[in-house]
Write a protein that binds this ligand. Structure first.
Ligand SMILES: [Zn+2]
Length: 210
């Protein structure tokens, strides 16, 4: 089954529902009511096993504390959790408060998340934020790229707390070595087919700009 894309308020972050032997949601957006309603079209939200956060920005993650109360396990990079804690679970830039939560698994990179038919490898890709991650499905050649790279050569901003242009170049360089057919980014369009070209384009542009 292909990933189910759910576009969430308040800033149109893309979340992806993976329904397999185990059920995972990649990012949850910032509006609990909305995501629960959207999930309810496909699953009982209580059956969600994992919420994997590509990073901690509120438009991707602010509903996480509420979802955890339903019983799912939260996975996020340890550097991202440190950032979120140090900010007191507040998005300083947008002055939005999160319900505090503790991840069940603090990722470092290279972990394997086995959902059954879908197997995700965690790739640490700092730059947009210190603990940004991408998730790679090697057999299916899918890449869930959060706000690190987008379709058509676009890439994440680096002007938010913990952003780092040099790290972003290195991260996109790392991604450009993967064999990627389909790109599932954190905003805007999905790329189906030859998505590696989008990543190579992002690499060319990011190197020109920074
Ligand atoms: Zn972001």
């Amino acid at each position: 089954m292909k990933p189910i894309k759910i576009v969430t308020p308040p800033l149109a972050a893309n979340c992806y529902l993976l329904v397999d032997d185990r059920i995972a949601l990649i990012d949850c957006g910032g509006d609990t009511k909305f995501i629960l309603n959207a999930l309810g079209k496909y699953i009982n939200p209580k059956d969600l096993d994992y919420l994997i956060l590509t990073h901690s920005h509120f438009d991707h993650a602010a509903a996480a504390g509420d979802l955890k109360e339903l019983g799912c396990k939260i996975l996020m990079h340890k550097d991202e959790y440190e950032l979120l804690k140090s900010q007191g679970f507040t998005s300083i830039f947008f002055n939005i408060k999160f319900k505090p939560f503790k991840p069940d698994f603090e990722l470092k990179g290279n972990e394997i998340i086995d959902l059954g038919n879908i197997v995700l490898k965690v790739i640490h890709t700092p730059g947009h934020s210190p603990g940004s991650i991408c998730l790679y499905e090697e057999d299916k050649k899918w890449l869930f790229s959060g706000d690190t790279v987008f379709a058509y050569g676009a890439f994440g901003r680096v002007d938010l707390p913990g952003g780092n242009p040099k790290a972003l170049i290195d991260s996109i360089e790392k991604l450009s070595k993967l064999d990627v057919e389909n790109l599932y980014p954190g905003h805007e369009d999905v790329v189906e087919g030859n998505a590696k070209e989008s990543i190579l384009e992002a690499l060319r542009i990011v190197k020109m700009i920074f």
